[in-house]
Design a protein around this ligand. Structure first.
Ligand code: AMP
Length: 425
């Protein structure tokens, strides 16, 4: 036996049919709520100019500094595999002049993301995200609507234990004051900071707030909080978002330490957590990014978005024992006995498929017993059997697989009969 030479790249995985269909089920919950709310699907390329990501994220962001898959193409251009969806969508918004469309522009996507991170359960080097972006509306109601949309999808998936955390990280006007207060505070307590957080303190101090390090967390208890530094407009905006959520009875936790990793966020940031234990329990998150369109060369345009990781949602569904409602696939197995019946079966399968009837069968293989055993295994409700007698009489045997009852019908009527039985109009 030859030794297998290739395997999936570290941190990447194959999705086999059962898992893939669960994946589709989870993604469909998000896609449906987005379509109902008037979002249009967008797809952007996997490869973008590397600069798109380094420009939009800013300095000291792991996503760019440590996790970006860069590649140099044959004409020496530096490209990057998409690590997140927002930057590409905003690039497309600008490139296609979507600023002249009625605002806001509401887009959703479901695409693969690539991050060179240390793989573990719930963290992969290629993963899929569903995301929405609402570009061109500064109202607090839109933040609340995006949060509601995500919450609705989690509910449709019957993930009851998902919780919401929310915070405001201010804007370019008020955040620098907070940043300074935070840096001063952290410097005073630098001895207690974990090694990695000392590095963060010098590169991207806000990131220290969501540190998982125990020693850092101790001093974060008394750290200055952004909510006390918000300027009046940011304060009003955040109060507005919370009022809308309160009005709908949404429960949330105010988490002053929530900053989210990326630099482009302004004002509202939020994150949904699952019940699963462990550090990879964030199912999705988002926030406002009122400065990003301008950073990428457009006129100042407010925007808000959300993205969820589908693999994490599947793990959450596993843990919560959520399975999709069983779908009995209406499919017929075509079996044949003997040489002349072989061609009749081959033709019948193709006519059934032409007629939108799902049909399978092993035309020139196996005896009739093996064929019917396979039909049984596949769990099809019906089989059509063509033997020599049937070929001669231009008929077919229709077998109910559950009861074993058989009836003879004219071969030319099989497609219409099955369409009727399967309710195909
Ligand atoms: P982020 O914008 O980094 O918060 O990513 C949004 C969501 O994508 C997260 O809440 C996770 O559910 C998911 N996610 C992020 N990175 C990974 C990864 N490396 N593997 C699997 N899922 C991920």
């Amino acid at each position: 036996v030859a030794k297998q030479q290739f395997q999936t790249v570290r941190g990447m995985y194959d999705l086999l049919p059962d898992r893939r269909s669960l994946f589709d089920y989870a993604a469909a919950a998000f896609i449906n709520v987005a379509v109902d709310a008037g979002y249009g699907r967008i797809e952007t390329p996997v490869l973008e100019d590397e600069g798109l990501y380094s420009r939009s994220q800013g300095q000291g962001v792991d996503l760019v500094d440590k996790e970006l898959y860069r590649l140099i193409d044959l004409s020496d251009k530096t490209l990057a595999l998409r690590p997140e969806g927002t930057a590409g969508v905003v690039r497309a918004y600008l490139e296609h002049g979507m600023g002249s469309l009625p605002q806001p522009v509401k887009l959703y996507y479901q695409e693969a993301m690539f991050r060179y991170d240390r793989p573990q359960e719930g963290r992969y080097r290629q993963h899929q995200q569903f995301g929405v972006e609402v570009i061109g509306d500064a109202s607090p109601s839109v933040d609340a609507q995006v949060i509601m949309l995500a919450g609705r999808a989690f509910k449709r998936l019957r993930l009851q234990g998902v919780t919401l955390q929310i915070n405001s990280i201010g804007d370019a006007l008020c955040r620098p004051k907070f940043r300074k207060a935070l840096i001063d505070y952290l410097n005073e307590n630098v001895k207690q900071l974990a090694e990695i957080d000392r590095e963060r303190l010098s590169k991207n101090p806000l990131r220290v707030l969501d540190s998982k390090e125990a020693s850092t967390q101790v001093i974060l208890g008394d750290a200055p909080q952004m909510l006390n530094f918000l300027c009046e407009k940011c304060q009003q905006h955040f109060a507005g978002v919370l009022e809308y959520l309160d009005d709908l009875g949404v429960s949330y936790d105010l988490n002053p330490l929530l900053v989210r990793g990326l630099d482009y966020y302004t004002r509202t940031v939020f994150e949904f957590y699952g019940e699963r234990e462990g550090s990879q329990s964030s199912l999705g998150g988002g926030g406002r990014y009122d400065g990003l369109v301008e950073t990428l060369g457009g006129v100042p345009t407010p925007a808000v978005g959300f993205a969820a990781g589908i693999e994490r949602i599947l793990l959450e569904m596993d843990a919560a024992g959520v399975v999709p409602p069983e779908q009995q696939i209406k499919r017929v197995y075509v079996a044949s006995l003997g040489e002349p019946a072989r061609l009749a079966a081959f033709r019948l399968i193709e006519s059934l498929l032409d007629g939108n009837v799902s049909a399978v069968g092993a035309v020139d293989r196996d005896g009739i017993g093996a064929q019917l055993a396979r039909a049984e295994k596949l769990g099809v409700p019906l089989a059509v059997i063509i033997g020599q007698k049937e070929v001669r009489e231009e008929t077919a045997l229709l077998r109910d697989m559950a009861t074993g009852a058989q009836e003879t019908i004219p071969l030319k009527d099989v497609v219409a009969e099955l369409r009727m039985r399967f309710g195909i109009s």
